[in-house]
Design a protein around this ligand. Structure first.
Ligand SMILES: Cc1ncc(COP(=O)(O)O)c(C=O)c1O
Length: 214
């Protein structure tokens, strides 16, 4: 069973996912990837890959480590100190970099071994844009947390982070309402999102992606 937490933007979905992983694991280290883009808030900026862009806004979050996308030996840096590994299923700002050689499957295996939460950022590549509803469906792995926004609202502001009920439950206590936001899940944005999903599925737009890509 999964549980969805609605927010207002992609950056806020990432913030929520980072807090969720810290709260669930009781750990603080967050690992992200070189050249990654996850948003412009302080938390999402902290895990961004572009040092030059980050420098103007320091100090940012402590205990962040960056490893190289598609580098299998770097996966060893994920340890029992790691709360979350946050990865764009397909890197967007980095130039549409796709995962190679079972990289995501191996990443998930390592996260399972050390008890770290694997967060897939599909804010840019999700919601049908790669020819599947979610990009992770191409790569034979299931993330522990999925972040969505952008295409999800069909032009209206909405984002979400999604996880199992068990993991998400940790945001309900200590403190009570561990992530709150006034307009998250606004009915107008939700109606737009539901309509977007209906059009994507009923008009079979997702099935046309691969042909149109070519
Ligand atoms: C992969 C990715 N993550 C997060 C974000 C941040 O989303 P937002 O601009 O809705 O805060 C973006 C936006 O470009 C993105 O491409």
């Amino acid at each position: 069973m999964s549980s969805v937490y609605f927010v207002n933007s992609g950056s806020e979905a990432i913030e929520g996912a980072m807090k969720l992983a810290k709260r669930y694991t009781g750990r603080t280290e967050i690992i992200s990837f070189k050249n990654a883009y996850h948003g412009s808030t302080h938390g999402s900026l902290s895990i961004m890959g572009n040092e030059e862009f980050k420098n103007a806004f320091r100090p940012l979050l402590p205990d962040i480590r960056q490893i190289e996308y598609n580098n299998i030996s770097d996966i060893k840096q994920i340890t029992t100190h790691t709360a979350a590994v946050i990865i764009e299923t397909i890197q967007g700002e980095a130039g549409a970099v796709v995962p190679q050689n079972d990289f995501l499957k191996l990443l998930k295996k390592r996260c399972n071994e050390v008890g770290a939460i694997l967060v897939a950022d599909e804010i840019q590549c999700g919601f049908g844009r790669t020819g599947k509803l979610f990009a992770f469906e191409h790569y034979d792995f299931i993330p522990d947390v999925l972040c969505l926004a952008k295409g999800m609202g069909g032009g209206m502001p909405i984002g979400a982070f999604i996880s199992s009920k068990e993991i998400m439950h940790s945001l309900t206590h200590n403190p009570h309402l561990g992530h709150i936001t006034t307009f998250g899940g606004h009915p107008v944005s939700c109606a737009a999102s539901a309509a977007t999903l209906t059009v994507l599925l009923e008009e079979k737009l997702i099935e046309q992606v691969e042909k149109k890509e070519k």
